[in-house]
Design a binder for this molecule. Structure first.
Ligand code: SF4
Length: 381
């Protein structure tokens, strides 16, 4: 049994979307995953791994001529690693024709999107990165008992965990959390994007773990899938805020109450801001303290439901849920009264370790002694 009862952000999202899928896949429930990957390349993973190098804090002020080849190499490394994982899992020496075509298409898209992004991003990046691929991990307060954290029925501390895409600092030395998102098709409504609370959760975890630290809001960095034409990469700075112009405040450890301290500089008045081109959109959403702290209340109520041994499990079918669902076949078998256990035994396996891959950014979580996070403040616990 694991030391802590860990609830990952994707498990919370799965629980809220469809409890039957959550019950199959959650690590504290049946903890299953498909035995074989369905595709040799995941475009989102490919671009996230390239962007983690692009925004690596230690290289922000380096010459693009040095950094950009490393970013392109990260993309190629990711594609190569994913194909190798697919071939190993399927016991193949080469990709079957359908997968080879799909992989070639995703390679073209990933390359074109990255090259176009490299040309566009400097027009939108009004910040300096502080951290990339940083593990966010915290206990969950019990909203029914102020001052107490939630403990599972078997006595383990419950922890909420995710991996933050980016922490950045603006020209006023204020912090923002950034999420990279892939968009298929038309741009979603701005309000819909701003309502998605994965990124808000990162703000809440960060403020909870780094007492006294204030996150101003969330930045959604959207990349629309396609093959945009490349723009000439910059020969000078990759953003308008140099690392040398920013000051990473050494916040002292404190309780949440310090968040309201008058010692914290008054930030400028930020407003919702949208910048866009045909394939890239940047949405900057200021978040009030109330909005960030209310996430903790919401999470607390949801976690109490998730750890309840008597929680009701039922399907929640909808095209948006079932289309990408990994458990569609066992779900259909359950509905039909078929041999669900036989199907699970044949086509699924226990979930594996989900930590970062060795040798990649985030391979050592910063709160465990390393990783891509500039040093500041002290952790509260
Ligand atoms: S197929 Fe749909 S209803 Fe069934 S488990 Fe998946 S998301 Fe839920």
């Amino acid at each position: 049994m694991a030391l802590h009862y860990v609830i990952r952000a994707e498990e919370r999202a799965s629980f809220l979307r469809c409890r039957r899928a959550w019950n199959f896949g959650s690590r504290e429930r049946r903890s299953l995953e498909p035995a074989l990957p369905s595709a040799a390349v995941d475009l989102q993973r490919t671009l996230l791994e390239a962007l983690a190098v692009y925004y690596f804090p230690g290289m922000w002020d380096w010459q693009p001529a040095i950094v950009l080849p490393l970013v392109r190499k990260a993309l190629e490394d990711s594609l190569r690693d994913q194909q190798a994982e697919y071939l190993t899992a399927h016991g193949l020496a080469s990709l079957p024709p359908g997968q080879a075509e799909l992989t070639a298409q995703r390679h073209r898209e990933a390359t074109a999107m990255l090259e176009a992004y490299i040309g566009w991003a400097p027009t939108a990046d009004a910040f300096s990165p502080v951290g990339v691929v940083v593990e966010a991990d915290t206990t969950v307060p019990d909203h029914r008992a102020p001052g107490r954290d939630i403990v599972s029925p078997d006595g383990r501390t419950v922890r909420f965990r995710d991996r933050v895409h980016g922490l950045v600092i603006d020209e006023h030395n204020n912090y923002w959390i950034m999420e990279h998102r892939l968009v298929h098709g038309a741009w979603p409504d701005v309000d819909t994007v701003a309502l998605d609370d994965r990124c808000l959760a990162w703000c809440w975890v960060w403020q909870r773990e780094y007492g006294g630290m204030r996150i101003e809001g969330t930045i959604y960095n959207e990349l629309r899938v396609g093959t945009p034409e490349a723009v000439a990469p910059p020969s000078g700075p990759r953003g308008s805020v140099s690392q040398t112009d920013t000051y990473i405040r050494p916040w002292a450890p404190a309780q949440e109450a310090v968040l309201d301290s008058s010692a914290i500089p008054t930030p400028p008045v930020y407003e919702l801001r949208v910048q866009r081109s045909e394939h890239f959109r940047r949405i900057q959403v200021p978040r009030s303290r109330e909005e960030i702290s209310s996430f903790g209340q919401r999470l607390s109520a949801q976690v109490l439901d998730m750890i309840d041994p008597d929680v009701l499990i039922y399907p929640n079918p909808a095209p948006a849920h079932c289309g990408p669902c990994e458990f569609r076949q066992p779900c259909i078998a359950t509905n039909a009264g078929g041999d669900v256990e036989g199907l699970l035994a044949d086509c699924y396996q226990p979930r594996e370790h989900d930590g970062p891959r060795a040798g990649r950014l985030g391979a050592v979580a910063p709160n465990r002694g390393g990783g891509a996070l500039s040093t500041f403040g002290q952790r509260r616990r």
